[in-house]
Design a protein around this ligand. Structure first.
Ligand code: KG4
Ligand code: ZN
Length: 344
């Protein structure tokens, strides 16, 4: 079958990534290469992502990463049918680096540019990994976003819920920071929680039973801080137990909110949700995956989650979203703008 080959570029936050993905005429995808370079060693001394450092780091290594992704795919630029880049949401300096690079390649080669929404790319990743077609219910959880979406199709989403304060990944990162664990916080908190006792510090379960499918995590973070202050100085055991208590509260709240979204989505679809997907960086969390797999099973729904390396930021998802848009004629002009804020 004829295959379209897309180069994808991701520079919206603290990961520089380039990937080559093929999409056949039946709409099935294949990753030819996917390279991700984390900038965390540059940001760690500052305790968080520094936008100016991020933009410079993207500019320094993106060309090299694209060359490596092409080499790993074993093809030359003449084989690329289109180039896509994350054009938002994200940090403006990094977005400009990625989009300008994509425009340059598109212009020189005379091929289409596809400016991609980073959130849409997370949302469509299961099409690449599982060949899953919409409609499906999606929990999108990353460092900057927490949303429950009904995915009707490419470019067509209904938002069922969002966070009223912190994103879930942000809650993990802030919890890690206040407990003195290394950034990015999600993996550190998960690791500590595995060794901890969740029953020692029982935290509030935010938003339980609310009508809407919204989230809130700011109160939980405050609860962790209060308990940490009460028990200072903290032993490793205390930290593990606090992380376990935090994670247990997160899981209870997320499961409850997703359960509500199942009901809202079923009302909209006029039938029960057949497929439930979790995506975004926090979807790497094993305990979260298990909780959501159990929820899906209790609802008679199939559960899907991308492999861990495609949950966090990567360019394969950008290339795939680009391929999906290109297949529908949704290409971008060469004067396409970046959008630091760009809700789905
Ligand atoms: O999607 P992503 O790579 O970047 C954004 O678009 O934000 O998500 C990064 C977020 C960070 O907040 C990070 O701490 C969180 O995902 N994360 C995790 C885990 N791995 C990454 N959170 C909980 N458990 C994990 N294992
Ligand atoms: Zn992301």
């Amino acid at each position: 079958a004829h295959e379209t080959i897309i180069l994808g570029i991701e520079t919206s936050c603290d990961e520089t990534a380039a990937a080559v993905v093929a999409r056949d005429s039946a709409g099935r995808g294949r990753i030819l290469s996917s390279i991700v370079r984390s900038q965390w060693d540059s940001h760690r001394p500052f305790g968080g992502v520094v936008p100016e450092i991020a933009a410079r780091a993207h500019a320094e290594c993106l060309d090299e990463l694209i060359r490596d992704a092409m080499a790993e795919a074993g093809i030359g630029f003449e084989r690329i049918d289109a180039v896509s880049a994350a054009a938002g949401p994200g940090l403006i300096g990094g977005l400009i680096v990625g989009v300008v690079t994509a425009k340059t390649i598109a212009l020189v080669r005379g091929i289409p540019l596809v400016a991609v929404n980073h959130l849409e790319a997370h949302a469509l990743t299961v099409g690449l990994t599982d060949g899953l077609d919409p409609p499906y219910l999606l929990l999108l959880v990353s460092g900057g976003h927490t949303q429950l979406l009904l995915v009707h199709g490419v470019d067509h989403y209904t938002r069922l819920g969002t966070t009223i304060d912190d994103a879930l990944g942000e809650a993990f990162d802030k919890t890690a920071k206040l407990l003195g664990l290394p950034q990015p916080g999600g993996p550190s908190v998960e690791k500590a929680a595995k060794q901890g006792d969740a029953s020692r510090f029982v935290m509030p379960r935010p938003m339980l039973g609310r009508e809407e499918a919204h989230f809130s995590f700011a109160g939980l973070k405050t609860a962790v801080r209060q308990r940490a202050l009460q028990h200072a100085p903290l032993s490793d055991n205390d930290v593990n137990d606090l992380c376990a208590g935090f994670e247990a509260a997160v899981l209870a709240s997320v499961a409850d909110r997703c359960g509500r979204a199942f009901d809202l989505a079923a009302e909209m679809l006029g039938e029960p949700v057949a497929d439930f997907v979790v995506a975004g960086g926090v979807a790497a969390n094993q305990a979260l995956r298990q909780t959501l797999r159990d929820l899906a099973e209790s609802r008679g729904s199939r559960f899907h989650v991308p492999p861990v390396e495609l949950c966090g930021d990567n360019a394969a998802m950008i290339a795939w979203a680009g391929a999906e848009r290109l297949a529908r004629g949704l290409v971008s002009p060469l004067d396409a703008k970046v959008h630091p804020r760009w809700p789905l």
